[in-house]
Design a protein around this ligand. Structure first.
Ligand SMILES: [Zn+2]
Length: 378
C-alpha cells in the first residue's frame, strides 16, 4: 500500500521544523517511475486539488493490483512558499528572503553530466540509460546546498532525477490549460496535451535559468547532442510543466477531469495497467517558446483585457487597453495589440499594472527575432 516519506528541510527558526511530504504508490524501483508535484509556486493551487483527486484513483488502483510502475506524488512541493503570508496574501512565486523565483535555479547538470559520462557510454541503449541515471543521482547527491530554498530545490530534483516521467503542475494568472516541454518530446506529450485539452504547447530546449522540468530533461538533451554516435533514448526522461489554467480555476469538477486525464495518460505510458478511454484529438500543435509574443504595459495604469484566455487572435488584433490614470488628459488610453497570430494563452487580471508588466501572451508559430535569452521572464 502507499506510504508517505517526510523528507526533512532546514528548520526556518528554532522551535519549528519543515518537511517535504512524498506519497509513494506502487513498487519501489518499478518502471516507469513517475514523479508528480504541485504548488512549487506555492500560490498556484489548482494542481494540489488535482493531485489529491488523483491519489484517490491511485489508491484504488493499488488496492486492485493494477499499478505497474512507481508513482511519487508531492501535492505540496513548496512548504517554504506556502508559509509566506503577507498582509493576508499568499506570496508563493518568489522567496521573501531574496532567494528568487522558486522555479528557477535548479542544479544545472548539463556540462557536469557530459563530463562524467564521457568515454563511458556504449552501444547498449539500456546500459546507457542506467549509467546516465546513476551519474545524475551521484552528481546531485554530491551537490551541497545550505540555504533553505536551495535545499528544497535539491530535494525535489533528487527525488525526480531518475524518473521516466515528471510533471510539475503550475497555473498562470488567467489562462487556458497549456504545457511547456522540450521540442523533441512533442510526440511523447501529444496525448497528454489532448487528454487535458491543452490550448497551447510551448517548446524550448533552454528557456533560461533552469526551471525544474529542464533541470531534469536538459542534461539528457545535452548528452544526446554531444554524443551523437551513442544510443540514448530521447524519451528516457520526459518532463513537462503543466499550467492548469488560471489561479482561480479551482473546483472539484475541473480537478476530477484533470485527474482522470492524468490517470488515463499514465495507463498509456504503462505506469498503470488497463486500457484507457480513447484520447480526443489534440486541440493545438506545439509552438516554439521563441514565438510567444509577450505584450507589455507601456506605462502604469489600469489594464482592461479584451480577449478571453484561450481565444485565437490575428496579428494586429487588440488584446486590451491600458487606461492612464491620474493623467491630465481625460481617458488617456493605449490599445495593445498582438504582433502574432495564435492563441492567447495567458493574461493578467484586470486591474493596476506597472510599466513593463507582461499583460498578455500569445503563442505564435514562428520564432520572433527579439525573443532570445531568458524566455520565461521572472
Ligand atoms: Zn508557476
Amino acid at each position: 500500500m502507499a506510504h508517505s516519506d517526510r523528507l526533512a528541510l532546514p528548520a526556518p527558526a528554532p522551535g519549528t521544523d519543515r518537511h517535504l511530504v512524498v506519497h509513494r504508490f506502487g513498487t519501489s524501483g518499478a518502471r516507469p517511475k513517475v514523479w508528480l508535484q504541485a504548488a512549487l509556486h506555492a500560490d498556484e493551487l489548482p494542481g494540489v486539488l488535482v493531485l489529491q483527486q488523483l491519489m484517490t484513483l491511485l489508491d484504488a488502483a493499488e488496492r486492485a493490483g493494477t499499478l505497474r510502475g512507481e508513482i511519487a506524488v508531492v501535492p505540496i512541493a513548496n512548504p517554504i512558499g506556502l508559509a509566506q503570508n503577507v498582509g493576508g496574501h499568499l506570496v508563493g512565486r518568489f522567496a521573501l528572503d531574496g532567494a528568487g523565483n522558486f522555479n528557477r535555479g535548479f542544479v544545472d547538470l548539463r556540462a557536469t553530466l557530459a563530463e562524467a559520462a564521457k568515454n563511458r557510454l556504449t552501444d547498449d541503449a539500456r546500459a546507457n540509460v542506467s549509467l546516465i541515471r546513476g551519474e545524475i543521482l551521484r552528481l546531485l547527491h554530491a551537490h551541497a546546498a545550505f540555504e533553505d530554498s536551495e535545499v528544497l530545490k535539491l530535494t525535489l530534483q533528487r527525488g525526480a532525477a531518475d524518473a521516466d516521467i515528471a510533471l510539475d503542475l503550475h497555473c498562470d494568472l488567467q489562462a487556458p490549460l497549456h504545457l511547456y516541454i522540450m521540442p523533441h518530446h512533442a510526440v511523447a506529450f501529444e496525448e497528454l496535451a489532448a487528454r487535458l485539452a491543452a490550448a497551447a504547447v510551448l517548446t524550448a530546449t533552454d528557456s533560461g535559468d533552469v526551471p525544474f522540468d529542464e533541470s531534469l530533461t536538459g542534461p539528457w538533451w545535452h548528452l544526446i547532442r554531444s554524443s551523437p554516435d551513442k544510443p540514448i533514448p530521447p524519451d528516457a526522461c520526459l518532463a513537462a510543466t503543466v499550467e492548469l489554467r488560471g489561479e482561480r480555476d479551482i473546483d472539484d469538477a475541473t480537478a476530477a477531469h484533470d485527474a482522470a486525464a492524468l490517470f488515463a495518460w499514465l495507463q498509456s505510458r504503462g505506469a498503470i495497467a488497463g486500457t484507457p478511454p480513447a484520447s480526443p484529438p489534440p486541440l493545438c500543435a506545439p509552438t516554439p517558446l521563441e514565438g510567444v509574443d509577450v505584450v507589455r504595459a507601456p506605462a502604469a495604469g489600469l489594464w482592461l483585457p479584451a480577449v478571453e484566455p484561450g481565444a485565437r487572435v490575428a496579428a494586429g488584433d487588440a488584446v486590451g487597453t491600458v487606461v492612464g490614470i491620474g493623467d491630465p488628459v481625460p481617458d488617456a488610453r493605449t490599445v495593445l495589440r498582438s504582433r502574432v497570430a495564435g492563441v492567447l494563452f495567458a493574461r493578467m487580471m484586470p486591474g493596476l499594472v506597472r510599466p513593463g508588466d507582461r499583460v498578455a501572451k500569445i503563442a505564435g508559430s514562428e520564432p520572433l527575432p527579439d525573443r532570445k535569452g531568458k524566455l520565461l521572464g521572472d
